[in-house]
Design a protein around this ligand. Sequence first.
Ligand SMILES: C[C@@H](N)C(=O)N[C@H](C)C(=O)O
Ligand SMILES: [Zn+2]
Length: 253
Amino acid sequence: MNVTDSTLRPIDPIAEPPWETIAAIPIVDEGGALHPVSLAAPMLRTLPLYHALGVPGAVPECWAREAVYRRLLEVARHLPDGLGLVVLDAWRPYVVQRHLYDTLLEMVETRYADLDESDRRAMTRAFVSPPSERVDRPSPHLTGGAVDVALCDADGLLLDMGSAFDEARAASHTVHFEHHAGDADTRTYRDRRRILYHAMVDAGFANLPSEWWHYSYGDQMWAWYRGESCALFGPSGPDSLEARWRRSLGQDA
Ligand SMILES: C[C@@H](N)C(=O)N[C@H](C)C(=O)O
Ligand SMILES: [Zn+2]
């Protein structure tokens, strides 16, 4: 596919997520397994960045639900020629979510000591979800439905999207360069975000407006943005050897 007017159409304003409404959306999870996205290579590239950066408890694989895996492949297959999709994170264990949230919150509290606690939590939440393993309101990445993605060139080099992955600033907001595209570089960032956004949304994902890289399918945030009455995925995790043995011994008993 080549870059067309359609892949480059502007990104409409994205509503801010109403978190309490989102957390009240029912989850009907039929319990699908998580799949290692690295098996989709060479169509889809993975770089489990939190593991590479040494975040405690981070896993060396991007695990995702089958419906997410297949949609990511669809996106990768339909990107314009010369562009690739890179998955930087997918399923995340609770300890990692906790570490990311506590680390950013502490920095926000130091930097914005003059703000109310509720404002500091809202600023943090725009870039890291509060850690939750609750079956009725899990953090998005604990479900295997949320993914952090980026674009790369044909050689696998990550493209500059105008802010780095996980940069906690306004330039990371998905539509930022819809309003700040005054020169060739910023127009390039705007166009790359448009390409990624339309490819992901056309494949069924929903975007978190504060992060150009965060998309989800099947979690509560996705259900709200896509007008679904229920979410498909609750908290999950890769099958462990211990769980497999427990199941098999239980069956044998
Ligand atoms: C931490 C960042 N990569 C991310 O995924 N943020 C969202 C808001 C989340 O933690 O759910
Ligand atoms: Zn994310």
